[in-house]
Design a protein around this ligand. Structure first.
Ligand code: KG4
Ligand code: ZN
Length: 343
């Protein structure tokens, strides 16, 4: 009998039905991008309210597409960390309600570990632990030593902005829409990545596995609007915008690549797992695959719909259910940050 997984950590309301054999019977994601676009970032209260409206229809849609009734469920899983507290609580309340009424186990899971678990769903035979794991999203940019699906040791990560946040801010500076990653990627397609010299902060620091994106963002800001230029000067357009987008994208990807390469060297791992919305970026995907080819490392990059937030990756909860674990109705959220060791 399958598992219902629920995901409301940030601004996607998602539910999925996954069998014990890790077959994804359905995966439904209701994006809130349109609601947050005018603010060019996620507004927590807007996100929580939207989750409240959407969570039941999204769950019903996931069950319907899988042709599974509530009484067919073996367990309910929900992402309980990290994330926005109001958003997390909506998913938790829904999960508790269904688990309590059906009398089935309720298991909480870590959203970041789940992003990397998506690699095991996509290519189960390719993953050989231990692996290096890269999660790059709107809220996180972190490198892990992955000893097993539930045993992640943080190796390093951003000391300021997340990679996705940097893409979102860069898009805003260039007068592009939200979310910024896909917009930058589109604009960059017509630009020259060598047109502007932008920094790759910390990329040459071979002692640390930390990343930084705020200096890159500031450098872009000064290119877009030099010191002394009026604050209301219009954003760049045409060829100049394309060149700036391409140069930014190349610098951000290079900064990530440098630390992924270093993490592989330091750990000696032969497998790289990748997850999070930024890893749907084509240049990053191709560059990571190239790095893998050069070093003889297996690079596992899930399809795009498993890179951005989704509940199918909640299949990770089976790893705990297989051990007979059940958090029960005392389960609570742990908003926290990504700077912790996942369980
Ligand atoms: O994993 P995700 O869907 O949600 C979070 O957990 O944050 O990641 C969303 C982030 C956004 O910042 C978005 O701009 C970025 O991923 N993103 C991209 C691309 N698609 C989404 N960044 C670069 N290139 C893309 N194609
Ligand atoms: Zn995410």
């Amino acid at each position: 009998m399958p598992l219902l997984a629920i995901e409301t950590t940030c601004d996607e309301t998602a539910a999925a039905v996954v069998t014990r054999e890790r077959a994804v019977l359905s995966s439904v994601v209701a994006s809130q991008d349109a609601l947050h676009a005018r603010w060019r970032g996620v507004v927590p209260e807007v996100a929580s309210r939207a989750h409240v409206e959407r969570i039941i229809p999204v769950i019903d849609e996931a069950l319907g597409r899988a042709a599974v009734g509530r009484s067919d469920l073996e367990a309910v899983a929900v992402a309980v960390r990290p994330g926005l507290v109001g958003s997390l609580l909506v998913g938790l309340a829904a999960a508790k309600g269904i688990a309590a009424v059906r009398g089935v186990p309720l298991v909480g899971y870590d959203h970041i570990a789940a992003h990397l678990y998506a690699c095991r769903l996509a290519r189960p035979d390719a993953v050989r632990d231990p692996c290096v794991g890269l999660v790059a999203s709107g809220g996180h940019t972190t490198l892990f030593l992955v000893r097993s699906p539930l045993d992640l040791v943080r190796l390093g990560g951003t000391i300021d902005d997340a990679a996705g946040e940097a893409f979102d801010k860069a898009a805003s500076l260039l007068g592009l829409g939200y979310p910024g990653g896909p917009e930058i990627e589109r604009a960059a397609a017509g630009g020259d990545p060598r047109a502007h010299r932008l920094p790759r902060p910390l990329a040459n620091d071979h002692d640390r596995l930390d990343l930084s994106f705020s200096g890159l963002k500031t450098a872009l800001r000064y290119l877009v609007r030099p010191p002394g230029a009026p604050a209301d000067s219009p954003p760049p357009t045409g060829r100049r915008r394309a060149d700036l987008a391409a140069s930014f994208q190349r610098a951000a990807v290079d900064a990530i690549l440098a630390k992924v390469g270093l993490a592989l060297e330091k750990t000696g791992c032969r497998t790289l797992l990748v997850g999070g919305g930024v890893t749907s970026n084509r240049l990053l995907r191709e560059s990571l695959e190239g790095l893998g080819r050069d070093r003889g490392v297996t690079v596992v990059i899930p399809p795009r719909e498993l890179c951005t937030d989704n509940a199918a990756m909640g299949a990770i909860a089976w790893e705990r259910l297989d051990r007979g674990e059940d958090d029960g109705l005392d389960l609570d959220v742990r908003p926290g940050t990504d700077r912790r060791r996942s369980q």
